[in-house]
Write a protein that binds this ligand. Structure first.
Ligand SMILES: *Cc1c(COP(=O)(O)O)cnc(C)c1O
Length: 851
């Protein structure tokens, strides 16, 4: 047979001049939260819109010229187009907010690094919660006009496309993105040339191209090594998200961290605050330190200068979840780097030392090289403080510098269009700028119940259409019969969406216990098979291809869903992505979450559900422990920590069954004469009112600004001033304290009183051996608390001693006169720790002596 060559030619449609700005709309991820913009594209050719996976840019390259001209001549289309542009222009005409953020000056800017970003299904460089959170952070930063830039990697293959066969086996299908079709463009220098950076890897230099993504006011720069000038192996570095082995992972993290810093530099962007979202990007801190050492700073001062304006957010709740690399591997990649830092190999490795972990630990590196660290919910803040407690060995975890900021979700992205229309009508357009105003959101109550309910029903019916399409496709591919499909879809009736629907969708990681509800199948049967009160479960989610137990969960769900009595009552829908997520969180009645406490760092899908009036039934873990107030959903109390896993699962699943059977189902089906349950509507409204103003990304980013960014920005400037004078002096001071602290001690001189009358002053006196330190290098403190239950140290009242004199032996004497304000038995402690006005956190040195 003769061979033949497939020649290709791409014909680009010419955009009619009246629609000339469609391209601009397609190149700005503003469309990822502006549904009117997406609707414009879809209206031109709905089938192509589906076929291109809701990707405006890919759409514009393929749409029929004639359809474009038809749209350009259609008055109603033009008026929608114009109104979209009006909104787009007014959004973009707001200028960056330096002036409104006290402590920010023109030119100041936050750089946000993350391994994955999830904005919209048309830019598949995310896998799940972490990426979507990062996307939401950027979107809210844009909404707030925050001077902000983000850095990540552009993966040729993002996360996989999932199919599930008839036996419940997950197949991971990877597809290559054509970058021409993605909403990205090469970042350019002023002279029009493409921005590229070189990153050193062992024995070679790798070139990375920089792409730019526009998200409203914010730019995201993505690095890509898939360039002809790189050898094949290096081209593959940015090929796949969370693929490959440790070698690939370290190379990706080097490209992100080190290449990311070079890229910003190359473009003349000079961030004044640096945020590493998760430890993957922590090499960024090393690269910045290297730059300072090259400028002549010593390493210790460089660390102080870098750390002081660096924020690190951890998202993991188990030590094993932290990234780490072996010593040998670190040696391969960083021995030269260590030389550039002018420190010994031991000093270098100490930066990544986490007690209990032999490897170089990225969380340890991130904490050593940042001064602001946080978890993503209250519980997770505590968990992280405990996991990382050894990094401040003499400080109790409850007092160490790990803080928390609870996650939030970007409301315009995840709120269904029907809700925003209803809000426009009943709350006024200003709801968009009142995102965090709790009082304002009580206006939701003014929405008539029947309208509220009808939106819920509409959203459920839309979700049903989507699910029918997916299951039909799934069934056809798995060679299922028509009869089988009918059985599957018998409750999925978009015309009559009256069945109670419970949704569970997220990554199938084992700690999320997707199959908890299958603990007692008899009980589940009784709940699901009540002929009066039908219930439908929808499951969806991907398991990482290397996560075998995670894939077993999928098989188990599939197996149960195929049991004759559950067929059509438990559905497993494949390929969970942002699009399906938006549908499900808004369309189901109840959102389930059953993590093992305290492993759900935050969880965000329940927030997406809550803002759409979907009720949460969830274990009190992550955000729900804060969000749940007794009236806005249902809570499963976790079994106590020491309960054996089997018993714990039994106990908690029982709580789920009881809540469903005794509360959720009866309430849902107590329908009044208009066909819905007014109790349900009341609870859903209240849930929306209580959750939306709190668990949105605007509140989250505002917290980052007010608690972290402003202070880091100011302190960064303070440390850098006069050729890093303060960075040098704090580094020298810390070295002095470290050397002296081993022989520092404290003893009490006054005789403790056991009983006093109210109004009596206590006179405390201690003598400190300072081993060469000065009295103002330390703080001596009284911690006092009324003793009625075990209190956390950070809730004790604190009183500072005054330095009095040096005694004959050279000990420093400190005194405190204190009159207790409260009666009753009080507990108190005396302690001393190093202190310096330039520290970010008073206990950041991790040194403490107690009496
Ligand atoms: C929100 C979201 C997640 C995160 O869900 P969790 O509740 O945090 O597990 C994962 N995947 C997609 C597609 C999402 O939209």
């Amino acid at each position: 047979m003769s061979t033949r060559t497939a020649f290709t030619v791409t014909v680009n449609p010419k955009i009619p001049s009246r629609l000339s700005r469609m391209e601009e709309l397609a190149n700005n991820l503003w469309y990822s939260w502006d549904r009117e913009t997406r609707a414009l594209f879809s209206r031109i050719d709905p089938r192509l819109w589906e076929a291109t996976g809701h990707n405006p840019k890919a759409f514009l390259k393929r749409v029929d010229e004639s359809l474009l001209y038809k749209a350009a001549a259609d008055q109603t289309f033009l008026s929608s187009y114009n109104s979209v542009l009006l909104a787009y222009d007014s959004y973009h005409s707001e200028s960056l907010q330096y002036n409104h953020i006290e402590g920010f000056n023109p030119g100041d800017r936050v750089a946000y690094f993350c391994f994955e970003f999830g904005f919209h299904e048309s830019l598949p460089v995310y896998s799940g919660g972490l990426g979507i959170l990062a996307g939401d952070h950027c979107k809210a930063a844009s909404d707030l006009c925050l001077p902000f830039v983000a850095v990540g990697l552009l993966y040729r293959q993002g996360y996989f496309f999932q199919t599930i066969d008839s036996q419940g086996n997950q197949q991971a299908v990877y597809t290559d993105s054509d970058f021409e079709d993605l909403p990205v463009k090469p970042a350019l220098h002023d002279d029009g040339s493409e921005v590229r950076v070189q990153v050193a890897l062992p024995g070679r230099k790798v070139m990375a191209k920089v792409w730019q993504v526009i998200i409203g006011h914010v730019s995201l720069y993505l690095l890509d090594t898939d360039l002809p000038e790189n050898p094949q192996n290096d081209r593959l570095i940015t090929h796949q998200l969370y693929g490959g082995d440790k070698t690939l992972r370290i190379e990706q993290e080097i490209i992100l961290g080190i290449g990311g810093v070079s890229a910003l530099q190359e473009m003349g962007i000079k961030p004044t605050v640096w945020h590493s979202n998760e430890g993957h990007a922590a090499f960024m801190m090393l690269e910045r330190a290297r730059n300072l050492v090259r400028q002549g700073l010593d390493f210790a001062s460089a660390v102080e200068a870098v750390a002081v304006n660096t924020v690190f957010t951890t998202h993991t709740a188990v030590p094993a979840g932290h990234d780490h690399f072996s010593k040998a591997m670190m040696h391969d990649y960083f021995s030269g780097f260590c030389h550039d830092l002018k420190i010994s190999w031991e000093e270098f490795m100490a930066l990544g030392h986490m007690p209990g972990c032999d490897d170089f630990n990225m969380t340890a590196l991130a904490i050593h090289m940042s001064r602001t660290h946080n978890g993503v919910s209250k519980i997770h803040g505590d968990v992280s403080a405990r996991i990382c407690h050894d990094l401040w060995p003499q400080i109790e975890p409850e007092e160490n510098p790990i803080a928390y900021i609870t996650n939030g979700v970007h409301v315009p992205t995840f709120l269904a269009q029907e809700w925003s229309d209803l809000f426009d009508r009943y709350l006024g357009y200003e709801w968009r700028s009142k995102m965090c105003d709790t009082e304002f959101w009580s206006l939701v109550d003014a929405i008539p119940d029947h309208l509220f309910w009808s939106v819920r029903q509409t959203l459920k019916s839309q979700m049903f259409y989507g699910i029918r399409a997916r299951l039909t496709e799934q069934n056809r591919r798995n060679s299922g019969s028509e009869a089988h499909l009918d059985r599957l879809l018998k409750l999925v009736d978009p015309i009559n969406p009256n069945v109670l629907v419970l949704g569970f969708a997220r990554r199938f990681a084992t700690y999320k216990r997707a199959t908890l509800l299958f603990e007692n199948l008899d009980w589940l049967r009784r709940i699901l098979l009540d002929p009066e009160h039908p219930v439908l479960f929808i499951f969806s989610g991907k398991a990482h291809p290397a996560d075998i137990p995670g894939q077993d969960l999928i098989r188990r769900i599939s197996q149960v869903s195929r049991m004759p009595e559950f067929e059509g009552r438990i559905l497993l829908v494949e390929n969970y992505d942002m699009r399906l997520a938006r549908r499900l969180v808004a369309g189901v009645d109840v959102w389930l979450n059953s993590p093992i406490y305290p492993l759900e760092a935050s969880g965000t899908s329940g927030m997406k559900a809550g803002i759409n009036g979907t009720l949460n039934v969830s274990v009190l873990d992550g955000w729900w422990e804060e969000g749940y107030d007794g009236k806005n959903g249902w809570a499963v109390k976790p079994a106590s920590d020491d309960t054996e896993a089997v018993l714990r699962d039994k106990d908690e699943s029982q709580s789920f069954y009881e809540i469903l059977q005794d509360q959720v189902i009866p309430m849902y089906y107590r329908r009044g004469k208009f066909g819905y349950s007014s109790e349900w509507v009341k609870m859903a409204k209240y849930s929306m009112t209580s959750l939306l103003p709190r668990y949105n990304a605007t509140r989250m980013v505002n917290e980052y600004v007010n608690k972290f960014y402003v202070a880091a920005n100011e302190q960064g400037a303070q440390y850098a001033r006069d050729d890093f004078a303060n960075a040098k002096s704090i580094a020298a001071w810390k070295a002095k304290v470290r050397a002296a602290w081993g022989d520092v001690s404290l003893r009490r001189l006054d005789t403790p009183c056991k009983q006093i009358d109210f109004g009596t002053t206590l006179n405390f006196k201690v003598a400190a051996k300072l081993n060469g330190l000065q009295p103002d290098d330390v703080a001596v403190e009284l911690l006092l608390c009324r003793q009625y239950k075990k209190m956390r140290l950070n809730s004790f009242q604190r009183f500072r001693f005054e330095f009095a004199e040096v005694d004959a032996t050279g000990e420093h004497l400190f005194e405190l006169h204190h009159m207790p304000e409260l009666c009753g038995k009080q507990e108190y402690y005396l302690r001393m720790y190093p202190c310096h006005p330039l520290l970010t956190h008073p206990l950041e040195m991790g040194r403490m002596v107690w009496l």
